[in-house]
Design a protein around this ligand. Structure first.
Ligand code: F6P
Length: 195
């Protein structure tokens, strides 16, 4: 069996400021994670020349992958974070204050709520279909460096979690979720590399 390693990017400048969306670089802590991740991946997959690293097209995932060397890297737009539309770049407090109806609708139905000019979780789940098909086709290990909402959706698929849970799955920073698909089902391990 070959592993799929799922991880969010290292902490970004926007994570520090509590802003959603955007395309900022990673923080110093995020850089530290990128090095720890590279070290982990190097050890875990060292002998596997067919392994590959998949990122989104956003800076924070590309920068997180930078210290990983010796494996091909592929950028997928489908791995980009949920598009927050008109709320992109705002904090949750700002949304609550300036667009209270939007805030409430999302709270009521986070799975179906679509940001104005943006996406819903259901939209994200749909656009991930080609990524999932390709992931299942791969025989070699894949490291997926992506974002909170996208990884919730991917993880839910492999861990067979119900749709309604997807937006609420815990997906911490600086943690690798390793998934192995074997005859007995899906096995999962977590590696928290730092806080
Ligand atoms: O805050 C980081 C982030 O990746 C945002 O860019 C994104 O909008 C959010 O998480 C998704 O999480 P939630 O659906 O819980 O708002």
């Amino acid at each position: 069996p070959r592993p799929i390693l799922l991880t969010r990017h290292g902490e970004s400048q926007d994570n520090v400021r509590g802003r959603i969306g955007g395309d900022t670089a990673i923080s110093e802590r995020g850089e530290l994670y990128s090095k720890k991740l590279a070290n982990f991946v190097g050890k875990r997959l060292k002998s596997d020349r067919a392994a590959s690293i998949w990122t989104s097209t956003l800076q924070r995932t590309i920068l997180t992958a930078t210290p990983i060397v010796g494996f091909p890297k592929i950028q997928w737009r489908a791995l980009d974070e949920i598009n927050a539309g008109v709320c992109d770049g705002m904090t949750y407090e700002e949304i609550k204050k300036n667009m209270p109806e939007e805030y409430e609708s999302r709270k009521k139905d986070k799975l179906r709520y679509r940001y104005p000019r943006g996406e819903s979780y259901l939209d994200v789940i749909q656009r991930l279909e080609p990524v999932i098909i390709e992931l299942e086709r791969q025989r070699a290990p894949v490291v997926v460096i992506s974002h909170q909402a996208v990884l919730r959706a991917l993880y839910a698929y492999f861990a067979d979690r119900p749709l309604k849970e997807v937006p609420h799955i815990e997906m911490p920073l600086h943690t690798i979720i390793e998934i192995q698909m074997g005859v007995t089902g899906v096995q999962e391990k977590r590696y928290k590399l730092m806080d």
